[in-house]
Design a protein. Structure first.
Length: 404
């Protein structure tokens, strides 16, 4: 069986990383899988970049600027993608040869809605792997409290212009009507949303988690990990991934309030921050240790092993790779009981689930895990749920079920 995975890129975001890891897992387990991207970052010979990549990246940037400056009312909301422009890959040899087309995150200039329609015209089995809600909305990636996608996305509360979201919704309806929709959602939460959406309520939905290489992400000596990072192994470190703090979906304000409480209750606690330095981090109450952007999985594993607990305060999320990575390294995680996160963390087993939007409960969870870490259970939960061969096998079974 030949699979082609379509993704905007093979790195630089959770969806891209998840798609690349699936591609690796399938090949490692005897499935011929190729990945087709607009922006190739890694050197894998199973990943190919479409022609005109540099031009497409520039066009993508223009689209992003338009979206942030003119389309969205509030710049702190999640992304919105119109998918007006894209690349026609219906005649690409990898698509032509594939038994199954697996669509991942294809926004920001990869596939337009018309390009998606051309793929369906090939009459090949198509599987969508959803990393957010975009497939079944009028363009938003996360809808927040809005439930208009359950009907028709008539007037979008996110946008400055009426009619844009409804036009996108209508085009998707045109594409999907009469088609057999096959959908994989990494979290059961996203799968349930998919079933309530008017565009996908009759879809064939299967929830299969993301995967990762548990031979790379595995426990090592905290002393050695701290030594590599120039950290004091006698300290306790809270690990935080520095996503955009202005995105309300990331829950940064609750994180700030929680660590103020942690400082009062625990001594010798510091922060490790992965990602870009941002001014919002300048006045946090705990000492910050920036490790910057992590370019390799081996380096990321070192950071997770240096940490005592990984904290993720997201208010809306699918199935974050960061939690998978932390647990596989034996690092317990603390987060709010929302979305796919509540499917990943089990209080007292591999971390702590706090009540949503409750900074005090988030702090309580951090303190409890610092006092009673359970690295062995964290690692065990990752091996049971997300190991390469397990997830590759589930995908292959689903792919086979839809091939005539």
């Amino acid at each position: 069986m030949k699979i082609v995975i379509l993704s905007n890129t093979d790195s630089g975001g959770g969806a891209a990383i998840a798609a690349r890891r699936l591609n690796d897992a399938l090949n490692k387990n005897g499935v011929e899988s190729k990945m087709l991207v607009v922006n190739k970052v890694t050197s894998s010979d199973t990943i190919e970049q479409v022609e005109g990549g540099l031009f497409l990246k520039g066009r993508t940037y223009v689209e992003y600027v338009f979206q942030r400056r003119f389309l969205l009312k509030d710049k702190s909301v999640a992304m919105f993608s119109t998918n007006k422009v894209g690349v026609d890959v219906s005649n690409h040899y990898l698509v032509k040869e594939a038994d199954v087309i697996n669509i991942h995150w294809i926004n920001f200039g990869f596939l337009s809605l018309n390009d998606i329609q051309k793929l369906y015209a090939l009459n090949k089995p198509i599987v969508w792997t959803l990393h957010d809600m975009w497939m079944f909305t009028g363009g938003c990636h996360y809808s927040g409290d809005c439930l208009k996608y359950e009907k028709d996305c008539d007037v979008c509360p996110m946008l400055n212009f009426d009619g844009v979201a409804h036009e996108i919704w209508l085009k998707k309806k045109e594409i999907f009507t009469g088609k057999k929709l096959n959908v994989i959602t990494p979290s059961k939460w996203l799968g349930e949303l998919c079933k309530t959406a008017s565009l996908t309520q009759s879809a064939n939905v299967q929830s299969i988690p993301n995967t990762l290489n548990t031979e790379i992400f595995q426990p090592v000596s905290k002393v050695e990990a701290c030594k590599k990072l120039g950290l004091n192994p006698d300290k306790k470190y809270l690990l935080f991934s520095a996503a955009n703090p202005n995105d309300v979906r990331k829950g940064f304000s609750y994180f700030v309030e929680a660590i103020k409480i942690v400082k009062e209750q625990c001594e010798g606690v510091e922060l490790i921050v992965m990602g870009k330095e941002q001014k919002e981090f300048e006045n946090l109450p705990l000492k910050l240790n920036y490790v910057g952007f992590i370019k390799s999985e081996e380096a990321a594993a070192t950071v997770y092993n240096a940490a005592s607990v990984f904290v993720i305060p997201s208010l809306e999320d699918n199935l974050p790779n960061t939690i998978l990575e932390a647990l596989a390294c034996g690092t317990p995680s603390v987060g709010f009981a929302i979305g796919g996160i509540k499917e990943m963390i089990e209080t007292g087993v591999n971390g702590y689930l706090a009540q949503p939007k409750d900074a005090k409960d988030l702090a309580k969870g951090i303190v409890e895990v610092l006092k009673n870490p359970n690295a062995e259970s964290a690692r065990k939960s990752a091996l049971q749920r997300y190991e390469n061969s397990v997830i590759a096998g589930k995908h292959l079974e689903f792919f086979k079920s839809i091939v005539k």
